[in-house]
Ligand binder design. Sequence first.
Ligand code: MG
Length: 395
Amino acid sequence: MRITRVRATPVAVPYRTDEVWAFGRRRGLVSLLVEVDTDEGLTGLGEAAAYPSADAVLGALRSMEPLVVGSDPLRIEQLVQRIDVVGTYHHTGSSSPAAAAVETACWDLLGKSCGMPVAGLLGGRFRDRVEFFHYVAAAEPGEVRAEGARAAGAGARVCYLKVGADDLGTDLARLAALREGAGPGMGIRVDANEAWSAGAAVRAVTAMEEYGLELVEQPVSGRNLPEMAYVRSRIRTPLLANEASWTRSSQFAVLREGAADVVSADQQMDGGLLNLKRSAGICAAAGVPVVKHSLGELGVAVAAAVHVIASTPNFRCANQGYGALLTDDIVKGDFAGPLENYSDGCLDVPTGPGLGVELDAEKVGKYAELYRESGAGFSFHDPLALSRAPALPKR
Ligand SMILES: [Mg+2]
């Protein structure tokens, strides 16, 4: 089998409510749907988060095309090496979502060519359902309380709330409202996106612990592992690495420094599904659970991650998902997309060949049109962020 063409379609899908974090705001997400065509008539699906922008991903995809077209998509390791080493994409980061989307499409092709779901090719299903947290947007306390109640009503076990964008009093008021709405049994995960200095982090997390926290995500800079280890030693809540742990080598460094209790990993940021599985292996070797991070993804990327998570034992915590925020999706059926498609915060592992999802042509057309009309309004780039958070971290 040979790859004949790589097609990419940027789509913009709105959220129910804005996503606000320490240095940005989005009213929806942009993803690039990647279709890899072959000479045998099979097409593989992948999806790249528009990180840092859709144009950057499109540029990376165009530049990878000569390395990919003509290759055998079933020799996945070889193809990834060609992109990484021959294409000099081995320093991952902003180029990685494009490579990850191509790699994911190859897994879809491999599964389709042999009639197996991707989870079956990655070790087989360890679990039949994959759990995600309920994303509670950082809004007015009344809205946060209502969203907590919606999460509990939907059977979620963990809620996720961004902190650090506002003053501590505002964060605590939201947290109190969330606990009230979601009830005493709900796990609450807070994510500061590196907003605090070490001293501010210890003070803030200590104050927040009154409301009960499941995990605190990236309280301080991810580029200062001794500070992370210091904060970890001063708080009772387990510390989840995120900005510190984008790649396998950075995950290894986090674990070596004792900088986190749990490590997050993302197939978008480190070249694809096999590397996500390898990240979990690095964490397993260190005796640490791993969490799937998300930059905001639609059904293709969610399905891809679900196959890895389902076949890998140490994804033991609720994973990052956007079901509570998204209004719609671009895959057929009831997979991923909005909250109604989740059951008790979980998605069933698709059982069809490959990723087991198909694009809904009508929805792809609708959201590609929305991207063309107003894609910039859905990007990571928030023009107001500089006035709101001119300098981080906070003391
Ligand atoms: Mg995070």
